[in-house]
Ligand binder design. Structure first.
Ligand code: 0K2
Ligand code: SF4
Length: 328
């Protein structure tokens, strides 16, 4: 699909021509959309303030918007009062957190993405079958903490790189299974899985990838744009794992300049230099309004032709929890 976009009121003369390849899919996934709706519906149902444990998704613009509506973001359940509802973020929480909320009789709503919950269930099932888990993920990331926190300490061994596989000391190399964070690099993870299978031939893996459809699709779209462009901009936050992976995927696919930007004001125009073609995508937690802001910034400086590069069509939708579908 091709659109020529003269910015309203912008002179055509003097602006160099630029083709802007816009990745599709990009931006919000079904899990992010659901998590944000959960906070909005909780505010409608119970009024402000509604507490949210951790950023509901890793995007300051989203968080600030919900804060303005009455959400209060905290890192720990201890920071939530007993008499207000609390929402758990899309990334998931260790098992101890809902248990503690229950003990305190807190009204709590879990906005963990159902695809993250699926990984939690996998871990629990393997544990019941007597397998020790290897988790491929990033240390300290809330999703990794949440997934590892489904099982007792020591039951989940973390690996971040191929090199980490050599250092694993499992209880029984014949009784292992692996799971992954949902937002990893598809290619890097395949290498780690290959190393795990080479060292532990009996290791059990998921029937289908734990890396989710949204992560996979966004990375595939970047790969298809990379050969056409001089530079790639990924709209997303520095703490957004899936957004950072898109930058890495762009670089690995041959894009010499690939940069994460939170919004248009972050674009380093000098570093971009003389551009003929640029790629733009957005992480799963970055709202479309920020994509439009970036497009407008290009239109202001270049005679920009936007080419949408669609490599997949997404139709996934997740329902919000029943408590938010019922009247107050
Ligand atoms: O990519 P991250 O896991 O860091 O999280 P966000 O940027 O908030 O994106 C939403 C994904 C949440 C769970 O998979
Ligand atoms: Fe769910 Fe994937 Fe979105 Fe994470 S990135 S919230 S796992 S759909």
């Amino acid at each position: 699909m091709t659109q020529t976009n003269p910015a309203p009121g912008m002179p055509q003369d003097g602006r160099p021509p630029l083709t802007l390849y816009l990745a599709a899919p990009r931006g919000f996934c079904a899990g992010v959309d659901r998590a944000i709706r959960i906070v909005e519906l909780a505010l409608e149902k119970w009024g402000a303030p509604v507490y949210v444990r951790h950023e509901i998704v890793h995007n300051r613009f989203v968080v600030d918007g919900l804060r303005a509506k009455g959400a209060v973001f905290v890192e720990e359940l201890d920071d939530c009062p007993d008499d207000r509802p609390v929402v758990f973020s899309a990334h998931g929480v260790p098992k101890a957190i809902p248990a503690e909320a229950q003990r305190r009789n807190l009204v709590h709503v879990d906005a963990t993405c159902p695809l993250v919950t699926k990984v939690h269930s996998e871990a629990a099932r393997h544990h019941e079958n007597g397998l020790q888990m290897v988790m491929i993920g990033h240390a300290g990331h809330p999703e990794t903490l949440g997934t590892m926190g489904q099982l007792p300490p020591g039951e989940v061994l973390l690996v971040e790189t191929v090199a980490d596989v050599a250092g694993l000391v499992p209880r029984d190399p014949e009784k292992l299974a692996f799971i992954t964070q949902t937002t990893l690099s598809v290619d890097d993870t395949a290498e780690i899985v290959a190393a795990l299978k080479a060292r532990f031939p009996a290791i059990v893996g998921p029937a289908r990838e734990d890396i989710c459809y949204a992560t996979t699709n966004r990375q595939a779209a970047v790969k298809s744009i990379a050969p056409k462009i001089d530079a790639l901009l990924v709209i997303g936050a520095p703490n957004s794992s899936n957004s950072r992976r898109l930058v890495e995927v762009g670089r690995a696919a041959g894009c010499g300049y690939a940069q994460l930007v939170q919004r248009a004001a972050d674009i380093d125009w000098r570093a971009l230099g003389d551009l003929r073609a640029v790629g733009v995508t957005a992480g799963a937690s970055a709202p479309e309004v920020l994509v439009n802001e970036v497009l407008d910034a290009f239109r202001a400086r270049f005679d920009t032709t936007v080419e949408i590069v669609e490599t997949a069509v997404e139709t996934v939708e997740f329902k919000v929890p029943r408590v938010l579908r019922e009247p107050a």
